[in-house]
Design a protein around this ligand. Structure first.
Ligand code: PEP
Length: 253
């Protein structure tokens, strides 16, 4: 049985006092959540300690938005796995499209981060997804296959129990253009096929694959009703308490 993971990526939003208040409110609003669903929030680095404190004793998991691939040293402005672990972070987003496209992170760098996170005991959420021009050129599956194969290079079958994949078509992120449930399902089924080619069907069947890209409280149910969609990675709507609460409490239709 795959676990459902409903995650909020707060990006570069909220100052620590706002993040703390939001997290406290979220703890209250999702108190009666279904046990099979995990909820995670990924605040900015400086908000992690305050949010950790606010979610203490609740079911909410803490994720970071990025991580450096080295242990420590002269990497000004970077954040290490040990720093995240010391705060109590459990998950880390890696290869988010904004990291790939604004900060030019390559599949090779993302792969180093994925392996380092796993070696340290953090659970990577490997984000993948095609650009609009790649989809229009019929290259969607090729791009996602490459990002999966390269991103997971030398990741063992055992470690896959701690890896989450987030399929986030770049054309849907922050644009309000959510993929239809059918398009997301078709693409994610193909991603699971790649995982099966790499690790076998049993392991592939156990990997949580989230959909991300303009998910809202109104689109979540249709998406979560698909066979290969096991969660959502949510940007904009995760900053609205009511919307994110409804997303966490999705219904299969
Ligand atoms: C994201 O940042 O991962 C994301 C999916 O953003 P949004 O929901 O705003 O499209």
């Amino acid at each position: 049985m795959r676990k459902y993971l409903m995650a909020g990526n707060w990006k570069m939003n909220l100052v620590p006092s706002e993040a703390k208040k939001f997290a406290e409110d979220l703890v209250k609003s999702i108190k009666d959540l279904d046990k099979d669903v995990e909820v995670m929030i990924c605040p900015s680095f400086v908000c992690l300690p305050a949010v950790k404190e606010a979610i203490k004793g609740s079911i909410i998991k803490l994720g970071a938005q990025n991580m450096n691939e080295n242990e420590k040293g002269a990497f000004t402005g970077e954040i290490s796995a040990d720093m995240l672990l010391d705060i109590g972070v459990e998950y880390v987003l890696l290869g988010h499209s904004e990291r790939r496209h604004i900060y030019k992170e390559t599949d090779q760098l993302i792969n180093k981060k994925v392996k380092y996170a796993l070696a340290k005991g953090l659970k990577p959420v490997l984000c993948i997804g095609e650009l609009l021009e790649e989809r229009e050129a019929g290259k969607t599956d090729e791009v996602n296959r490459r990002q999966l194969v390269e991103g997971l290079k030398d990741v063992s079958a055992n470690d896959m129990a701690n890896v989450v994949i987030a399929y986030e078509p770049v054309w849907a992120i922050g644009t309000g253009k959510v993929a239809t449930p059918e398009i997301a399902e078709e693409t994610q089924a193909n991603c699971r096929k790649v995982l099966s080619d790499l690790y076998g069907q049993t392991i592939a069947n156990n990997v949580t694959i989230q959909y991300g890209g303009s998910v809202t409280d109104t689109s979540v149910d249709g998406l979560m009703s698909q066979k290969n969609i096991d969660g959502a990675l949510v940007g904009g709507a995760s900053l609205k308490l009511d919307a994110f609460t409804r997303i966490a409490k999705f219904n299969k239709v």
